[in-house]
Design a protein around this ligand. Sequence first.
Ligand code: CA
Length: 263
Amino acid sequence: MADPRASSAFPTGAGAGPSTGRTPAPPTGPAGQQTATVLVVEDEPAIATAIAQRLSAEGWRVEVARDGLSGVDAANRLRPDLIVLDVMLPGIDGLEVTRRIQAEQPVPILMLTARDDETDMLIGLGVGADDYMTKPFSMRELVARIKALLRRVDRAAQAASAAPSDPPLVVGDVTVDKAQRRVYRAGEEVHLTPTEFELLVMLASSPKTVLTRERLLAEVWDWADASGTRTVDSHIKALRRKLGADLIRTVHGVGYAFEPPVG
Ligand code: CA
């Protein structure tokens, strides 16, 4: 319905100085928190403006798109370091936006949902966002989540460049190529989000070892508190959906263990 050129993704004038302007995302350099480009896809003007102002104040370069199609268009044009994506959008919704964007390039997505059970539903569908926040949320928490997500991606990139010739991790019929950030099961490539990839690396690095939800949350998500253990459960669900249900064992009340079937 919406022509992506007509319904524009526009640079916000919310922040002062260099955070405004239609500057392409720098292709080089780490996704440092002060230089990162964040695309906000949100149709409610008040929320979009509030988010853009706060993120600009953090020093990030921010652009806002007001509907799904212009969000996809802006993502392809800007190559942002992170996308804050509302799920309920005019035109194509956040699920379809995520599919289209992730088909072009892996980019961390923080999805805004209306209810907790909607978040569970989306993760169950394997939509491919890296984190979820339920409205209403505090701007402080949004910033904290974005920082954690950018750190995670940055760390992953550094790990990959620091050990480009690391031999792939092979456990059972699962191969995790950390340098290329690719995952195969029985020779078939499986596409994971950055967060799913890090979670899998953590689990596969210690096969047959129970890792607690709290530890996974701290190491993969960079969260100091344990309030988000349900996030871990949800992402385990996504991994099982993509890689097969038989790889990861649930240890009830404790955590998870990577145990691919033998033979
Ligand atoms: Ca909306």
